[in-house]
Structure formats: structure tokens, C-alpha cells
Design a protein around this ligand. Structure first.
Ligand code: NBP
Length: 470
């Protein structure tokens, strides 16, 4: 009997689409789902295709060519641990498990180790692109051993999106793939929040209506801001609400959900001591959006203290465009700095330029700007911060005044721009040769004898700040 080239466990939206993608690319795919009726439904829709279905994990494993390559595409969390434990006794040495779900990177670190103890390779693979990407080409971020990667590479390169090359590359050992996917999502949060803030300004101050916003975003999508998120935003503004006849965006409640990858990004930044204020602002913005009732009540009581300001809508369009691009660059600089720090912490040897390159297709943050990032790291792989790359510095220097004007304008009229402001503050702090935290150190030494360093000689110093203190 013909054996399958690859196996797929989990036939919900992601697993089913990845299986179809693998089959379309010439691979015979074994499929299994915990509830067998899902497998039967799937097989009913795939008549004549190269799928081998099994109702039990034993039959499923037996139907795959050795050494086996098995995707796990089930709900992230303890279900993945359970299935690994069930599989380990029935797998053979050298088999590879590929977890393509949204795993927490520390779980992937642990699972790689667990696999090694049983002679099984485990790859923690971040996959971005949602159901469309799973079917037609995703951005795929594999972490685990490089030997295991080489053996799944022909599969992953076929099912990945293509942007001057397959949108997949070996990311690094253990949890590196899922960590990079997490940071990708954090950057995605920031991109979305920056776009939302730009929309707020254009709508509230510029009085732009959805059709004008759609045309504007379409124009923006032909220049430096070209990206999937700008493209879909232009589409969103044209969607009519069948119930009211107005624009659908105006009927949607302003409460944004989150599934946790933004939170994981911020948590890891805190653990690693890396500032990612724009991404943090985006996560906070979703949290504040969620307390709608409280905000509505507060709106009754809290004055804005705003300062009237008028601006030509066309001028605001242009300023917002440049501010958005600057803030986006500065936000990506934070994400890349977090990756660099994680790489050093866990000896992952992350190749930041290659990571930017595989985000150019398939994933939610795909954008023209990623090519700038790829080039920046190709020119200087040990770049300390993306902001220091000569081409990026040049881009920022011509547009930074717009970011300042937009943040100043929004502040005067009382429109919240937490992500724009966070980007600008990060930039100003990063370029500051002197920060006022000498005073912070003095305070710490005053109340806690934490000591301080001096600017004029090495060593650690403590002062008795007032008689009897310290
Ligand atoms: P879901 O995350 O909705 O999970 C449903 C699948 O998990 C079903 O096949 C279900 O089997 C299976 N499952 C569960 Br629930 N508990 C199980 C257990 N204890 N043992 C075995 N199977 C179990 O599926 P999805 O939306 O296709 O996503 C799959 C993974 O990909 C997730 O980690 C998700 O976060 C990630 N992801 C999703 C997207 C997206 O756009 N949806 C994008 C990127 C990544 P059943 O049929 O028997 O209930």
C-alpha cells in the first residue's frame, strides 16, 4: 500500500487547509482528527485526491513513510502535550513532529527537549497567514534542530508563500520559531494600532468619510506604506452595512479582542529588559478598548481640556502618511531589538534580515518596508538597532517632523495616539546621549541606598543625602 509523505493531525480550519496545500503540491498526506466525523467530512470533500484517512492514531502513524514527518495543527496548549505523549510510544527514532499551532515559545522549548529524550525531533513552527495563508502560502517560522529542518524543508518551502524566495527559513533552535512568530504578532498589533490612530485623526480632525479614506489608503498602498494591512483597510472603508445602509465600519463596536500573542510579546520584553513601547501601547489600547461601558461613563465626566486647532484636510493627509511611516519604522526597530536580545539570551543566532525576508509574503505584516529591513541587516548583520541603518536614518530624517506635528496636533485636540506617541518617545529616548535618569538614581540611592555611578570616575557611590539618612 502507498504510504503517505507527511501526516496532518487536526483538521479544523488550519490543519485542513495546510493538508490541502501539501496535497496540491504533490505530497500524499495522511490525515487524522480526534473526532472522526470531521475526518470523514474532510475526505468527502477531497474525493480523488492523495489523502489517506485514519480513525486511530496508530493507523495514522502506520500509514506514513518513515522517517515520519507529522504536523500537529490542534488547539494550542495542553492538548498538544497530550497528543505528543500519546504519539511518542508509537513513533520511531528519527520521526519529526511539527507543531504549527500558536504555541507559547517556552512550551516549544520544553517540547523540543521532551522529544530529544525519546529520540523524536520536535519542531515548533510559527505559521502566519490565517486560513488563506495555510491554503495558498503562509509565512513559516520553524524552530528546532537544523537537521530536522533540513528534512522538512522540502515540504515547508512548497507550502510557504513566495516573495522572491519561499517565505520560510530555519529560524533557530528550540523555541526560536514560536518566539519569532510571537514577536511578529506583537508587531502586527502595533501596525494595526498605528493605522487605527491615523484613521481617528483623519476622521475626527480631517472629517474624512469612509469613501475618501478608502481612496487615500489605496493611494498610500502604492508607496512606502504598501502592505497587506493598508490594503485591507482600504477595502474595509468601502463595505456597506446592509442593515443600516451606512458604512459598516461605523456600525462596529470599538472593543478589540486579543488572543494572547501581544501579551506574550510584552511579557518577554519585560523579562528580557527590552523596551517595546509601541507594541505595549497597542496591547494596552486593546485593554482600554474593552472597558467600553466605563469609557462611556467617563466621557460624561472627564473634560478634554483641548486646545482648538484647525488644519487643512489635505495637509493632515500628508502629515499622517509620513507620521505613520515613521512610527511604523520605529515600532519595527523595537521588535527587531527584542529579537536580537532574545537571540543573545538563548544563543539562537537569529538572522534578522532573513526573518524580515520571510515576512514579505503570506503573513499579516507583509509590507514593502520589510525589504528595507532585510537590506539593513544584509549590509550590517550586527546592526545595534534598525534606527541606525543609514537608509532608515535617511527615511526618518525627512519625515520625523511630521510625526512630531501629528503627535502635537493629536495632543492639543485630545485624540489619543498612544502608539504614535510611544514611537516618538522611543526615538527621542534612544537618540538621547543624556537622559534625566541620573535623578532617578539619586532618588534610589536616597531612599534605598541603591548606590549610583558617577560621570567622572568609575566605581559605585552612596551618599548620606540628609543628616541621619542612609
Ligand atoms: P483550533 O485551534 O480551533 O483547534 C481545533 C482542533 O483541535 C480540532 O481539530 C480539534 O479536534 C483539535 N483538538 C482539540 Br480542540 N483538543 C484536542 C485534543 N485534546 N486532542 C486532539 N485534538 C484536539 O484549530 P485551528 O483554528 O485550525 O488552529 C490550529 C492551530 O493553529 C492553533 O494552535 C491555532 O492557534 C493556530 N493558528 C490558527 C490560525 C487561524 O487563523 N485560525 C492562524 C495561525 C495559527 P476535534 O475536531 O475533535 O474537536
Amino acid at each position: 500500500m502507498t504510504k503517505a509523505d507527511v501526516g496532518m493531525i487536526g483538521l479544523a480550519v488550519m490543519g485542513a487547509n495546510l493538508a490541502r496545500n501539501l496535497e496540491r503540491n504533490g505530497f500524499t498526506c495522511a490525515v487524522y482528527n480526534r473526532s472522526n466525523e470531521v475526518t470523514e467530512r474532510f475526505m468527502g470533500e477531497q474525493l480523488g485526491k492523495r489523502f489517506i484517512a485514519s480513525a486511530t492514531l496508530q493507523d495514522f502513524v502506520a500509514s506514513i513513510e518513515r522517517p515520519r514527518r507529522i504536523f500537529i495543527m490542534i488547539k494550542a496548549g495542553s492538548a498538544v502535550d497530550d497528543i505528543i505523549e500519546t504519539l511518542l510510544p508509537i513513533l520511531s527514532p528519527g520521526d519529526i513532529l511539527i507543531d504549527g499551532g500558536n504555541a507559547y515559545f517556552r512550551d516549544s522549548m520544553r517540547r523540543v527537549e521532551r522529544g530529544q529524550r525519546s529520540g523524536i525531533e520536535f519542531l515548533g513552527v510559527g505559521i502566519s497567514g490565517g486560513e488563506e495563508g495555510a491554503l495558498n502560502g503562509a509565512s513559516i517560522m520553524p524552530g528546532g534542530s537544523s537537521e530536522a529542518w533540513e528534512r522538512v524543508r522540502p515540504l515547508l518551502e512548497k507550502i510557504a508563500a513566495y516573495a522572491e524566495g519561499p517565505c520560510t527559513t530555519y529560524i533557530g533552535p528550540d523555541g526560536a520559531g514560536h518566539f519569532v512568530k510571537t514577536v511578529h504578532n506583537g508587531i502586527e498589533y502595533a501596525d494595526m494600532q498605528l493605522i487605527a490612530e491615523a484613521y481617528d485623526l483623519l476622521r475626527t480632525v480631517g472629517k474624512r468619510r469612509p469613501p475618501e479614506l478608502s481612496s487615500l489608503f489605496r493611494r498610500w498602498n502604492e508607496g512606502v506604506l504598501q502592505s497587506f494591512l493598508i490594503e485591507i483597510t482600504a477595502d474595509i472603508f468601502t463595505q456597506v452595512d446592509e442593515e443600516t445602509g451606512g458604512y459598516l465600519v461605523d456600525s462596529i463596536l470599538d472593543k478589540a479582542g486579543q488572543k494572547g500573542t501581544g501579551k506574550w510579546t510584552v511579557e518577554s520584553s519585560l523579562d528580557l529588559g527590552v523596551a517595546i513601547p509601541t507594541i505595549s501601547a497597542a496591547v494596552d489600547a486593546r485593554a482600554l478598548s474593552a472597558i467600553k461601558d466605563e469609557r462611556v461613563e467617563a466621557a460624561e465626566h472627564l473634560r478634554s481640556g483641548d486646545i482648538a486647532q484647525s488644519i487643512e484636510p489635505e495637509k493632515l493627509d500628508a502629515l499622517t502618511h509620513d507620521a505613520l511611516y515613521c512610527a511604523k519604522i520605529i515600532s519595527y526597530a523595537q521588535g527587531m531589538a527584542l529579537l536580537a536580545r532574545a537571540s543573545a539570551e538563548w544563543n539562537w543566532s537569529l538572522r534578522l534580515g532573513d526573518i524580515a525576508a520571510i515576512w514579505k509574503g503570506g503573513c499579516i505584516i507583509r509590507a514593502r518596508f520589510l525589504e528595507e529591513i532585510r537590506r539593513a541587516y544584509a549590509d550590517n548583520p550586527v546592526l545595534k538597532n534598525l534606527l541606525l541603518a543609514p537608509a532608515i536614518r535617511q527615511e526618518l530624517s525627512t519625515r520625523l517632523a511630521s510625526l512630531r506635528e501629528v503627535v502635537a496636533l493629536a495632543t492639543r485636540v485630545g485624540i489619543p495616539v498612544p502608539a504614535f506617541s510611544a514611537s516618538l518617545s522611543y526615538y527621542d529616548q534612544y537618540r538621547a546621549a543624556a537622559l534625566p535618569l541620573n535623578l532617578t538614581q539619586a532618588q534610589r540611592d536616597y531612599f534605598g541606598a541603591h548606590t549610583y555611578e558617577r560621570i567622572d570616575r568609575p566605581g559605585s557611590f552612596h551618599t548620606s543625602w540628609i543628616a541621619g539618612n542612609g
